[in-house]
Ligand binder design. Structure first.
Ligand SMILES: Nc1nc2c(c(=O)[nH]1)N[C@H]1C(S)=C(S)[C@@H](COP(=O)(O)O)O[C@H]1N2
Ligand SMILES: [Mo]
Length: 319
């Protein structure tokens, strides 16, 4: 994400786009040349050790019909090119700085307008529904995209368990606040903790998942361990990482990027090639590892599943 307070943006962030994309393309090409077999890719060594279930722990899951058959972005890129401002505003920063973050023990509270509020331990939360692999196209608002094999379960499974009351209209998500483990939180580049939100029907949509893993194993810290939101028809920043609180409320919540730049980031954040960001076009995107840009699809190509939720809405106003 590009932020407004330019005085605070490190030079790495304002590297001309062409330069970092070339760097990526170069890495992508060298990966291909090295014929890296994904199946044999060893993740466990990349992460800080932890007891019991840790990053790099294999998960049991079934395959989902919601998955795309498109070529998956190499694990190396998925885990080393990240936006996670709690660690760094540099995309290579989170993978370098998240090693000592402790994703366990961890609990997530579900509260607000629900009949059954509850605080879940992460390991019991991972068992409330069967885990599925969801291979999703992901599109960052900055213009790059990936295809990521997430492991997770529908957000609706958790919400249904909590039993929203008729007053519940929106869902607010809050990330962890832990400046001692997240160096980026010592700077006020964003208002901490990171918060995001969905309308209740969006949260209940079968495509919305809580991801606890990727490429068959528990989430690396830099990707939002131990649990993060994934909404593939929306820009990447909706996918709030390292969630500690899920609250059902009766008003549209504030969101971190909207607070930071209200004219640039709206509440809905649906991928829309026809509505440009005030500072750049959204018509095309660069899939990591590819040289030529490809056209961006309405709702990131998930219109069949989600367009009906926005019927009658002016998507230019509700961006
Ligand atoms: N808590 C938190 N969640 C976050 C972010 C962040 O900075 N902090 N960045 C967002 C943005 S802009 C993107 S594109 C995705 C990137 O997720 P990935 O690194 O797993 O691809 O995380 C989103 N979730
Ligand atoms: Mo993003």
């Amino acid at each position: 994400m590009l932020i407004k307070k330019s005085s605070e943006i490190p030079s790495s962030e304002i590297t001309p786009k062409a330069l970092y994309l070339n760097r990526r393309a170069f890495i992508g090409a060298s990966l291909a040349a090295g014929a890296v077999a994904l199946g044999g890719y060893k993740v466990s060594g990349m992460f800080a050790p932890a007891e019991a279930v840790s990053a790099g722990t294999k998960l049991q899951y079934s395959k989902s019909a919601y998955s795309t058959g498109e070529k998956q972005t190499p694990l190396k890129d998925v885990t080393s090119y990240n936006n996670f401002y709690e660690f760094s505003t540099d995309k290579y920063g989170p993978s370098e700085l998240a090693g000592s973050f402790q994703p366990r023990p961890w609990s997530v509270s579900v509260e607000g307008f629900v009949k059954k509020p509850k605080t879940f331990d992460i390991d019991s939360l991972m068992k409330i529904a069967p885990l599925e692999e969801r291979i999703y196209r992901m599109r960052c608002v900055e213009g790059w995209s990936m295809v990521i094999p997430w492991i997770g379960f529908p957000l609706s499974a958790l919400l249904n368990l909590a039993e929203p009351t008729p007053k519940a209209k929106f869902v607010e998500f809050t990330s962890v606040l832990r400046p001692e483990q997240m160096p980026g939180q010592k700077r006020d580049v964003l208002d901490w903790p990171y918060v995001e939100g969905l309308r209740l029907d969006e949260a209940m949509n079968p495509l919305a998942i809580l991801a606890v893993g990727l490429y068959g194993e528990t989430l690396p810290n830099q990707n939002g361990a131990p649990i993060r939101l994934v909404t593939p028809w929306k820009y990447g920043f909706k996918g709030i990482k390292s969630i500690v609180k899920i609250r059902l409320i009766d008003y549209q919540p504030e969101t971190t990027w909207h607070k930071s730049a209200p004219n640039e980031y709206g509440f809905y954040s649906n991928v829309n090639p026809e509505v440009d960001h005030p500072r750049w076009s959204q018509a095309k995107e660069r899939r990591l590892g590819e040289l030529l840009k490809r056209p961006t699809l309405m709702f990131n190509g998930y219109g069949d599943q989600v367009a009906s939720m926005y019927k009658g809405m002016d998507l230019r106003k509700n961006f």
